[in-house]
Design a protein around this ligand. Structure first.
Ligand SMILES: Nc1ncnc2c1ncn2[C@@H]1O[C@H](COP(=O)(O)OP(=O)(O)OP(=O)(O)O)[C@@H](O)[C@H]1O
Length: 397
């Protein structure tokens, strides 16, 4: 069953034309793959023999080991996936740990797995996240990261914020083969179509759902898109989900890890930063924790010039401030619509409709301030909309 994938394109269904681009931008390393799929609903003790078979299938050096050499524990039920830690001790006493991620049911409604699989080896090869070790029918195997997961309040700690900004800058420089067109609005419109065509079994939920005006949301999206189109915002390969749970820190080594690239795509750098700032709100969704202008400027200085943060020009700071605080609204719309879709498909017991309402309400609360910031900026710099930049952030290190 197991097979060494010499050509990664076979796995992602990349076409010849695109395969040529991969060569030009750095060929992805070969990743072992298995056609096995594992039923995510099985209890851990019944899942264990399947996981052991999977590991043996992917990594031939373990194929003769007894099942007792493997131990398995749950790392996280996650909002989206099931993550297991597998520890292996071979007959010579060598030990190894890795993670097995099983995709949650219906996650393909909100996650483009093909896009994720195209980007992952390139991000992994550039040193981001856990190392990609193998792929199987409904998940992937990655290295185990020996680090703690950040809490929302860690993200505003100036030392940690500096590390995040600096690493985000590097992340945004990774070139992923294929189209460099920003996907943000395509994704939002896809979510809107799906969200507008839902049906809830529970009548109370259906009643709340029917009170939502998708025409109003569509009009808001069009208005916001028109405004952001004028900003000439740089496009980068963005993480798009930089919340505390996707940031891990090894305090001893001072090493920060970005993980979980499921939502990664070409998008606007200001969107990625704003989405991260929105996550300062934490699990209680307290949006008063969104960073103030001073904290944002510190972050921007580290992002734009981590070696010489005081040399960043006011013009660059202001442009990034405006971009970030306009795209801040897009992040609320994106996750509001995401939550509505989740409300019908996710097996997780979470009030997704309430989350939709909360994010859309926050959008409305912030709209006036964000729009007037962008409009004032545009009236001062009319050249903003003369052309659209694509690719990497403007000043390379
Ligand atoms: N490679 C890894 N090594 C060690 N721990 C990990 C690794 N990957 C993830 N984790 C831990 O598992 C948690 C959940 O991981 P992840 O965010 O990738 O899953 P998820 O199902 O996509 O969750 P969510 O949808 O909530 O983002 C992380 O917050 C982190 O604590």
């Amino acid at each position: 069953m197991g097979e060494e994938v010499k050509n990664y394109d076979a796995l992602t269904g990349m076409e010849d034309e695109r395969a040529a681009e991969v060569k030009a931008e750095g060929t992805a390393p070969s990743i072992p793959s298995s056609s096995m799929a594992i039923d995510i609903s099985l209890p851990l003790d019944q899942m264990k023999p399947r996981i052991v078979d999977l590991c043996k299938d992917l990594f031939k050096r373990w194929s003769f080991l007894d099942e007792s050499c493997f131990s398995i524990e749950t790392v996280s039920g996650g909002i989206t996936n099931l993550l297991l830690k597998v520890s292996v001790r071979d007959d010579r006493g060598n030990s190894d740990s890795l993670t097995v991620r099983l995709y949650g049911p219906n996650t393909d409604m909100v996650i483009d797995r093909k896009r994720e699989l195209q980007a992952l080896p390139h991000l992994s090869a550039a040193g981001f996240g856990a190392k990609l070790l193998g792929i199987f029918g409904n998940g992937m195997v990655q290295s185990f990261i020996d680090a703690r997961t950040l809490s929302p309040s860690d993200m505003s700690n100036p030392k940690i914020a500096f590390k995040i900004a600096r690493q985000l800058r590097q992340f945004h420089k990774v070139a992923i083969p294929g189209s460099k067109e920003p996907q943000l609005w395509n994704d939002i419109f896809k979510f809107l179509d799906k969200a507008a065509a839902l049906k809830f079994e529970e009548s109370a939920k259906q009643v709340t759902y029917e009170s939502i005006s998708f025409q109003e949301i569509q009009a808001e999206i069009n208005e916001l898109k028109d405004l952001t189109d004028l900003l000439n915002a740089p496009v980068v390969f963005a993480h798009n989900d930089l919340l505390s749970g996707n940031l891990m820190l090894n305090d001893k080594e001072g090493k920060l890890y970005f993980i979980d690239f499921e939502y990664g795509s070409y998008s606007y750098r200001g969107y990625d930063i704003a989405n991260h700032f929105n996550e300062y709100a934490g699990f209680d969704c307290d949006y008063s924790l969104y960073p103030d202008k001073d904290a944002q400027y510190r972050f921007f200085r580290s992002y734009l010039e981590s070696d010489n943060p005081h040399e960043v020009s006011n013009k660059d700071l202001e442009a990034l401030y405006v971009e970030t605080n306009t795209f801040r609204l897009a992040s609320h719309i994106y996750w509001a619509l995401w939550a509505l879709i989740q409300a019908t498909v996710s097996p997780i017991d979470f009030d997704y409709i309430a989350y939709f309402l909360l994010r859309f309400q926050e959008y409305k609360k912030q709209k006036e301030g964000c729009f007037s910031l962008a409009q004032k900026h545009l009236s001062r710099s009319p050249s903003c909309n003369s052309s659209r930049r694509h690719g990497r952030p403007p000043s390379e290190d």
